[in-house]
Write a protein that binds this ligand. Sequence first.
Ligand code: SF4
Length: 235
Amino acid sequence: MAYRWGMAVDLDKCTGCEACVTACHAENNIPTVGSQQAARGRAMHWIRVERYYEGNFPDVRVKFRPVLCQQCDNAPCEAVCPTYAAHQNEDGLNAQVYNRCIGTRYCANACSYNVRFFNFFNPEWVKPLNLQLNPDVSIREVGVMEKCTFCVQRIKAAKITAKAEDRGLVDGVLQPACAQACPTTALIFGDLNDPNSRVARLSHSPRGSKLLEDLGAEPKITYLDKQPWHEPDTY
Ligand code: SF4
């Protein structure tokens, strides 16, 4: 395996702005389903920002946690897919082949992170949203399951360019849309197979932990814990 893509999420840096969510929607042609469908649990977000509150008013602190597909090495979604639509690709990505998916939704039930989304109807883009569709990303049809791909279209394009220029990929240059859009650089993407990459080093950080690690899915996203709050120095 030449590459093994992973991510680190620095919870100390995330401000909950949701720029990552918006960028992901735009990059990956993710439809907005409207308030009525959202109320029925059909909203689609390949990345979401969870909020946790500590303390009582007026001394309340909020913690934000961006959650996306954890690109598990031992992915339960892959084991239950009867058509191998969910599978591990050559870069260790938990890939989804849309035209193999027959919509059993077993994968969504097997996933512990609630990051797989089912198309209950054909997506529609109200004008002028149709003008921003990304031609590099397939539009998913009714009956198909979808989820974060780590912007595989960007990964493929970067690999093709690097091969044509007879060079390797430079750490930190290739980024999924969420990481590129994050104003605080809370999302760090890279190759876990490269011991010198930032993401590989952060994966060993003492602040690091995996989401629901005890379940044994072996996620490739490391969350860096928020640091204890200190009152600012007074002068
Ligand atoms: S863009 Fe960055 S700071 Fe904003 S919610 Fe996403 S991860 Fe957090």
